[in-house]
Structure formats: C-alpha cells, structure tokens
Design a protein around this ligand. Structure first.
Ligand code: ADP
Ligand code: MG
Length: 349
C-alpha cells in the first residue's frame, strides 16, 4: 500500500459561516512536493492555516504521518505539529546574523548538533561563508533562502510555503522555485506550496492541485494538467490555449476547421457529438506547405521562435509557434497545420 504523509480528508472551512473550502480532500506522499494552485481569494492560505493549526475545521480531518492534527473536536497545538512555514513577507530577524536566524528554532538542540545543522543548511542553500552577515546585507533572493533554511532547520515533517516568491521579480521567482525544489528534495522534506502562478507551480511541484471556488478541480503532475486537463477551467488556468468547434467523427477522431485529427486513445464522446477542441500554441505549427491557411494577426518574438497569433476563417484566433527566421508580416496569409497526438475535448458549450 502506498503510504501517505499529509492527509486532508473532507475538510470544510468557513469565516463567520461563509464557506471558503468545502469537503476538500488531498494526500501527499512522504517527500512529495505538492502545490495548491488557484486564483487569488480561492482559499489557499486558509487551508494552509488550517494545516498549521491557526484555523479551526468545520468538518473533516487533517493527518500527518498517522497523527491526527485536527478535526472539529481536536486541534494539536501549532508548535506540536511538526509543521514549518515560510511566508511571502520575509520575516528574518534584522538584529540576528544569518547563522542566528537559521538556528532560531533550535534553542534546545546541543550546541554542536545545532552548529552542524546550520552549516549543512547553509551549504544546501548555497550560502556557505555568509553566516556572519545580517539580513540587510543580503539580496531578496538570498533572504528568502535564509527564511527557507530557518523553517527547515528543526526538520519539520511538513513544510508549508505560502506564496514565498511573490515579492521577488519574475526571473528570480522562476529560478528560486526550482532551486527550492532541489533543496527540499535533497533534504527529503514533504512540502506544500501555495501559489497563483502556474509557472512557479510547474517549477516546484511533483503534483499540483488546481483549486477553484473552494474545491480541487484536478490533482495531477504538471504534464498531465497541461496536456490532459479534465475541465476547461484547468485547461485555461495552467497555460494559454483556445477552444475551436469540432465534431467527433469516429472512436478516435474529430473533424476540426484544420482537418481531421486522430487521438492516441478512444474518445469519451460518441461519433456525431459536437465538441470543443482545446488547442495550445504548441499544437499548431506554421508550415508554408500546409493546405490550411490563416491570417497572421499578432506576432511576439520569443528568441528561439515567434509566437504568432493567427485568425482562422471561422474567426477563432489561435496561438502558433514558428521558427524565428520565418518572419511573416501581420495581415499575411500563412500556412498552418495541427500537430497533436492527444486531443483535449470537452462537451460543446
Ligand atoms: P487565497 O490565499 O487563495 O488568496 P484566502 O484563503 O486568503 O485566499 O481567502 C479566501 C477567502 O476568505 C477570501 O474570499 C477572503 O476574502 C476570505 N478571508 C480570508 N481571511 C479572512 C478572515 N480573517 N475573515 C473573513 N474572511 C476572510
Ligand atoms: Mg493567500
């Protein structure tokens, strides 16, 4: 049997009788890096607070490594849960050095073990040699890594990260999310990250729970969320794409404005069913020899390629990648073709 570390079972949370989270269930495996991804205000921080012990449960249970942390009739005190937390606002103690900040939660550890843990973490976060510096002598990214080390220091069973990178600039954000992933993986700490940023979620997590209006729409790997979304909401939320009208032709094929496409497995719709086919920019390629033409209406240089926006004759505008030396002008008719193995289809709206 698959063991589980964090188990959230049928949890509901409310503020003054207003439901925020409803019957939400989620489980993380030991050492797994999970993510709650959803729009601002959907209840992510509220759920993290319930796991940490700062928000009472209206129903359900939260377990960590086979210990009941919370239910409507039980609440383990936050400090006894073995749960660490890192927030968006970096709250390092300004009057303490880097080493003292990291060691802050290790007061009852023997001096030698404490020193060794600090050294180990400094090495892990790539800041060895900076132990005597003070927070104001560090960049934002370095401060955030210290905050992470401080939360990891007491070896929590679970680390909660609430939008820890959102105060940083975009480039640094992406880099830190993957760096922190590497650090947590090498220390083997099970973690749950909260973010509204899909790229950050992809850079960080093994599996991502997409949350919408208080419930989980889908809990899957980044690959599955991107290529096999279970709902239009998830499809749109995890990356760009558009719906086109199509009709199911056979068990594995649909006919679309860009020709008949076949799927790698049986479709969930009977032949003749009108459907919406979801297409991402990487599904459509520019090909001068294609029999299908579209009008170039937008163009974004992305270095290795152009992201074109092309308008089909039925009016739908789709994204389309083209090699960067294929420099067509806006308004030109260009050849396009679909290159899709797995079709993403939803009932026609
Ligand atoms: P997220 O972290 O996904 O942005 P939150 O969990 O912070 O969302 O908030 C979820 C909802 O609960 C929001 O509608 C928010 O306005 C509301 N909310 C958050 N904190 C409180 C509070 N202390 N009292 C009442 N309502 C709150
Ligand atoms: Mg929040």
């Amino acid at each position: 049997m698959d063991t589980e570390s964090l188990v959230i079972r049928d949890v509901s949370l409310t503020y003054e009788q207003v439901p925020v989270i409803q019957n939400l269930s989620l489980a993380l495996k030991p050492q797994e890096l999970g993510c709650l991804l959803g729009p601002s205000g959907c209840g992510k921080s509220t759920l993290l607070r319930a796991i940490a012990g700062f928000q009472p449960l209206n129903s359900g249970e939260i377990w960590l490594d086979d210990h009941l942390l919370a239910s409507p009739s039980h609440a383990t005190p936050p400090e006894s849960r073995g749960v660490g937390m890192v927030f968006q606002d970096i709250a390092l103690f300004p009057h303490l050095s880097v080493a003292e900040n990291i060691a802050f939660g290790l007061g009852d550890w023997p001096l030698e073990t404490r020193q060794a843990r600090v050294d180990e973490l400094l090495h892990l976060i790539g800041l060895s040699g900076m132990e005597s510096r003070y927070p104001h002598e560090l960049s934002g990214g370095q401060q955030q890594r210290i905050a992470l080390a401080r939360a990891m220091a007491p070896k929590p069973k679970l680390l909660l990260l609430d939008e820890p990178f959102s105060g940083l600039d975009t480039e640094l954000r992406g880099r830190l999310a993957s760096e922190v992933r590497t650090i947590l993986k090498s220390d083997g700490i099970c973690s749950l990250l909260v973010t509204h940023d899909q790229r950050e979620a992809f850079d960080f997590a093994d599996r991502i729970a997409v949350i919408h209006e208080g419930h989980i729409c889908q809990f899957d790997t980044p690959y599955q969320l991107y290529h096999e979304p279970h709902s239009p909401f998830v499809a749109h939320f995890v990356g760009p794409g558009e719906m086109v009208d199509a009709v199911v032709e056979g068990p594995r094929s649909v006919s679309s404005p860009l020709g008949v496409l076949s799927n790698d497995q049986d479709l969930a719709f009977a032949p003749g069913t009108p459907v919406n086919l979801f297409l991402r920019p990487d599904d459509l390629i520019h090909d001068d020899d294609s029999t299908y033409q579209a009008t170039l209406v937008g163009k974004h240089f992305r270095g290795a390629h152009h992201l074109y926006e092309v308008r089909l004759d039925n009016g739908v505008v789709l994204g389309c990648f083209a090699p960067s030396h294929h420099n067509h002008a806006i308004g030109e008719r260009i050849g396009v073709k679909l290159d899709v193995e797995h079709l993403v289809v939803f009932p026609a709206r």
